[in-house]
Write a protein of this length. Structure first.
Length: 295
């Protein structure tokens, strides 16, 4: 009788395990499935309201912005108007991308960057409800040697201090150039070492880390709690290693998502820089995979 009861109990537990949602297996903030709006940038330029409505209907409920620098507006709207549009569509935008602005010092006067009217950018971000302001990209002129990366770290710390006063976290988003060694050292490691871990967090772009030949899991374990934001984009199985829909490529997201808690993950955003056709078809495939396998 005892062995029979044990068998039934074990069988029941095993069966229940088959029904457990991925969110029970992966410590992921599954209430939010985000989209980086750069993926639908052309649609956002033409019709922000209609685009956000389509995005929400697909099941995305959080966004990361990709426009502000240069206009000091969010997709043609001031902070108050854009915040109202987000609320109307039942969306939040906890994160948005910005630029350093160093390349503009000798050229056009582009405002709302870390080096040009950053305080106003922070005030506008707070008005929209943004919790993370992210340095999105370093232009080739803004990279330079290791000494210059140390200077960049100082800029990031200062930007982070301004953000902190408004209750916002500053982050840096990687590509792959930060993992090209200089004198036996990765510039990315230098940025991690020379920035205050409380003032400067990292947005891990999983695709670019992988394309650079590194393991995202190893990076997480080496710098636990430093990656509150992720870009979830996949890499196709071709010699070019191009962007593809999440679940359609070679990156093992199930393994990476198991380390969400160690990363300190708060939000993740689907991004596909280039799509083979309609971006909405691509993000539909991505969110379908995510819902079935990751959250």
């Amino acid at each position: 009788m005892t062995s029979r009861r044990s068998f039934i109990k074990a069988t029941t537990l095993a069966s229940a395990g088959l029904l457990v949602r991925p969110s029970a297996l992966f410590p992921v903030p599954s209430q939010y499935i985000g989209l980086q709006l750069y993926t639908v940038r052309d649609a956002m330029q033409k019709d922000p309201s209609g685009t956000l409505q389509r995005v929400a209907k697909l099941g995305f409920n959080s966004l990361e912005g990709a426009t502000y620098t240069g206009t000091q507006q969010f997709y043609g709207m001031d902070a108050k108007a854009f915040a109202a549009l987000l609320k109307q569509q039942g969306l939040i935008m906890p994160s948005s991308h910005y630029r350093l602005g160093e390349q503009q010092m000798k050229g056009a006067d582009v405002q709302g960057t870390m080096l040009h009217e950053w305080s106003k950018a922070v005030d506008d971000a707070a008005a929209v409800g943004i919790k993370y302001m992210v340095c999105a990209f370093l232009a080739p002129e803004e990279r330079g040697n290791l000494d210059h990366y140390k200077q960049l770290a100082e800029h990031f710390n200062k930007a982070g201090e301004t953000c902190k006063k408004a209750g916002i976290q500053f982050c840096y988003h990687n590509h792959d150039f930060e993992f090209q060694q200089q004198n036996g050292q990765y510039p990315y490691d230098l940025l991690l070492k020379n920035t205050d871990a409380n003032l400067v967090k990292m947005e891990m772009d999983i695709y670019w880390v992988t394309k650079a030949g590194l393991d995202p899991v190893n990076l997480i374990n080496e710098h636990k709690g430093r990656f509150p934001l992720w870009h979830v984009k996949d890499m196709d199985n071709t010699p070019e290693h191009m962007f593809t829909e999440v679940g359609n490529g070679t990156i093992n997201f199930k393994k990476i998502f198991q380390h969400a808690q160690a990363a300190g993950l708060k939000y993740f955003f689907v991004e596909q820089d280039k799509c083979p056709g309609d971006p909405f078809a691509s993000i539909t495939k991505s969110i379908s995979y995510i819902k079935k396998n990751l959250v």
